[in-house]
Ligand binder design. Structure first.
Ligand SMILES: C[S@@+](CC[C@H](N)C(=O)[O-])C[C@H]1O[C@@H](n2cnc3c(N)ncnc32)[C@H](O)[C@@H]1O
Length: 313
């Protein structure tokens, strides 16, 4: 039986390294905060990916070829996919995301703008299931922008890619954006903006956990902490306790669980892995993709790849 969200959170919060999965960033408030992050001067990934997609739009469309169904993984506000509609011309658009209400609203808006494309919104948690809409005889193109793949540990990213390659049924492909390794200052600034929006996004995970479990995390006791861990090639985002804190999480058996944190203790909330171009391309190849096309920006800050699934022989 799948654990409930309360069980899942209790387990991760009481582990040797306490953590909250980054999927708990994305209630409606978190999804809106992420939209604001993408507008920040310090947060280069969104505008750089957009620059690549705009600049190489026709090359990307040529590489992708025909697209019966575009499956947007972690679609968010669906804006990036919508920018592809005129060049890639999908017959169907399937938006998948854990943030149900935010996603449904975005797809409803988009359907009005593109009435000729068949659209559907799928509320799905990729950590629970990787069974995407089947669409058996259609040529499927998976779209996974925003460097969301960076949230996966490298081994889990390999499993995720192999699964996508299998689901392409020998004729689909994957269009993906990934953040590249760069100087530490640029990376650190991107996750520590001056307005404090990323801090609010991080802290909001505690509010969402309170909403989901009835726990009593108090934001005044926690601060945002993010830095680039060079040896692991990843941004690590955490919440740091400012005082000694006790947090109560009501149990399903009406028994309360009390978590104790000392001042300075950390709750790990996100890893965002940064790759080199060669390493990333090699991962895609190993997972069962071929005909690898890729595009980058003049600073080599971000990479967009299109890869075809190997034909089934
Ligand atoms: C970094 S944002 C990217 C949003 C958008 N694709 C973009 O590139 O701007 C990650 C997206 O993945 C969704 N997400 C996070 N964890 C998820 C999970 N476990 N299952 C499904 N969607 C998830 C979030 O709700 C969010 O919309």
């Amino acid at each position: 039986m799948k654990p409930t969200l309360t069980q899942e959170l209790l387990l991760s919060l009481t582990a040797d390294t306490p953590s909250i999965s980054p999927k708990f960033f994305y209630d409606e408030i978190g999804s809106h905060l992420f939209e604001v992050i993408t507008l920040l001067e310090e947060y280069y990934p969104t505008r750089t990916e957009k620059w690549i997609m705009d600049t190489y739009q026709s090359e990307i469309a040529n590489a992708v070829g025909s697209c019966d169904a575009l499956l947007d993984l972690g679609a968010g506000n669906c804006i990036k996919a919508s920018k592809l509609f005129n060049s890639i011309k999908p017959k169907q658009y399937h938006a998948l995301d854990i943030s149900k209400e935010f996603l449904q609203a975005a797809v409803n808006d988009l359907q009005k703008q593109f009435p000729h494309i068949e659209m559907s919104a799928h509320a799905i948690d990729f950590s629970q299931t990787l069974a995407f809409p089947n669409l058996e005889n259609l040529r499927k193109i998976f779209f996974f922008p925003g460097s969301s793949i960076g949230n996966y540990d490298p081994e889990n990213a390999d499993v995720f890619f192999s699964n996508l390659a299998n689901q392409c049924n020998g004729n689909g492909g994957l269009l993906i954006g990934v953040d590249l390794v760069k100087d530490t200052q640029t990376l650190d600034l991107a996750y520590n903006d001056k307005l404090g929006v990323t801090a609010a996004f991080n802290l909001n995970a505690l509010l969402y956990v309170n909403k989901l479990t009835g726990s009593n995390f108090n934001l005044a006791n926690w601060e945002h902490h993010a830095f680039f861990n060079t040896s692991k090639s990843r941004i690590e985002m955490r919440l740091r306790a400012l005082d000694d804190v006790k947090v109560t999480i009501p149990g399903l058996d009406s028994k309360d669980h009390v978590l104790s944190f000392k001042a300075g203790d950390l709750i790990h909330t996100e890893n965002s892995y940064k790759y080199t171009q060669d390493h990333f391309v090699e991962k895609l190849r190993r997972a069962g993709f071929e005909n690898i096309h890729y595009w980058t920006d003049p600073n080599n800050h971000f990479l967009v790849c299109f890869v075809n699934a190997k034909k089934i022989t």
